[in-house]
Design a protein around this ligand. Structure first.
Ligand code: FAD
Length: 318
């Protein structure tokens, strides 16, 4: 079923959903499935599976020469989606990227997803891979996520690339897009970022998932602004449970977000990561309770394919 249908399935109460990340290359699929299995106790109706671009780096060879290496460290998004359907009977939501794909690659990928019986995708631009310092699409790839949404929407209407005919047997993907309550780092300001989000919605997005945030007020303000701008589709809050002291520094750098001062102080006062994790769990529980009161359609957890902190929070709020 579609994510938008799942969101309506719980009598107005929010649903529990998760995002997982493919393991590094060479891992047995059962390691991943076993690691996420404890979360199935709470029956997430859908599971997002991230997609990762190839990465480039250079390596000095024994003969002194420099070799450029290109690898995809976390392959397997589509296979993981299929395994999730087989083992857990849950709808997977593969992330689909502009970066690293030509439009033809994207079309082929979408056809595979359709043949696998996958009903949902999250359409993203993707981050830039080394050695670039700005995003560079592949030749004949999409520059922005709104263009990718447009391609998926076209396919839903039976319009394929390089074909004059329109096909009746079209896909019918439910399309999610990303948004940033604290602004995407490349956008000049929240207004410019909002214009982009409106373009994605106009192109055919069915729902929005936000970047993680630790200050609920940022999410509330963002949702109110979206509604004032005429965006009516569901806006799912993305949540991360802080699990180590180091993440106080890492998360703001990676995701361009603020950590509320009160939370920072509490974590800094911890003697070790075990205590920090406990504070992280308590903060997330408090966040979830306020979000539920606000009327969110789902609580979506960025799990990094680990169950413990997410379950510690979710058991207290669902
Ligand atoms: P876009 O919507 O294309 O926006 C990118 C930037 O361009 C923004 O600053 C925007 O304001 C600007 N912009 C957009 N359109 C225009 C335009 N027409 N003209 C001028 N400026 C414009 N990354 C991965 O690699 N794999 C994943 O699986 C993944 N999953 C994610 C899941 C979620 C829920 C979120 C929030 C992010 C995820 N990311 C993932 C990260 C994401 O790819 C990056 O944040 C990326 O930098 C932006 O992606 P986007 O789809 O929001 O881009």
């Amino acid at each position: 079923a579609k994510v938008t249908e799942h969101l309506k399935s719980n009598n107005g109460k929010p649903i529990f959903s998760i995002e997982i990340i493919p393991p590094t290359k060479g891992t047995n699929i059962n390691e991943l499935l076993n690691a996420i299995e404890p979360m199935m106790e709470l029956k997430p109706p859908f599971i997002d599976v991230t997609f990762h671009r190839e990465e480039y780096f250079t390596k000095q060879m024994p003969d002194g020469s420099i070799k450029e290496i290109r690898t995809r460290k976390r392959p397997g998004t589509v296979g993981i989606c299929s395994s999730i359907m087989n083992r857990f009977k849950i709808d997977p939501v593969p992330h689909v990227l502009c970066g690293g794909f030509t439009k033809d690659d994207t079309e082929d990928l979408l056809i595979d997803l359709n043949y696998l019986g996958i009903d949902n995708v999250l359409a993203l631009r993707g981050d830039f891979a080394k050695p670039y310092d700005t995003f560079k699409p592949k030749k004949d790839g999409h520059q922005y996520a709104n263009e990718l949404v447009g391609q998926i929407k076209n396919m839903n209407q039976g319009k394929y690339l390089h074909e004059d005919a329109e096909y009746l047997n079209a896909s019918d993907f439910c399309i999610g897009v990303a948004a940033y309550p604290e602004k995407h780092f490349e956008a000049q300001d929240l207004e410019q970022d909002m214009e982009n989000l409106k373009r994605k919605v106009a192109a055919g997005a069915d729902y929005i998932v936000t970047q993680m945030f630790f200050d609920n007020q940022k999410y509330f303000d963002f949702v109110n602004k979206c509604r004032a701008e005429g965006i009516t589709i569901p806006i799912i809050p993305g949540l991360k449970v802080l699990a180590t002291k180091k993440q106080l520094d890492i998360l703001p750098k990676l995701f361009y977000l603020d950590i509320p001062e009160a939370f920072r102080k509490e974590v800094l006062a911890c003697e070790n990561d075990k205590q920090a994790k406990q504070i992280g769990i308590e903060w997330a529980v408090q966040q979830c309770r306020e979000l539920i009161d606000f009327g969110v359609p789902a609580l979506h957890f960025y799990t990094m394919s680990k169950s413990d902190t997410t379950m510690a929070v979710a058991r207290q709020v669902f």
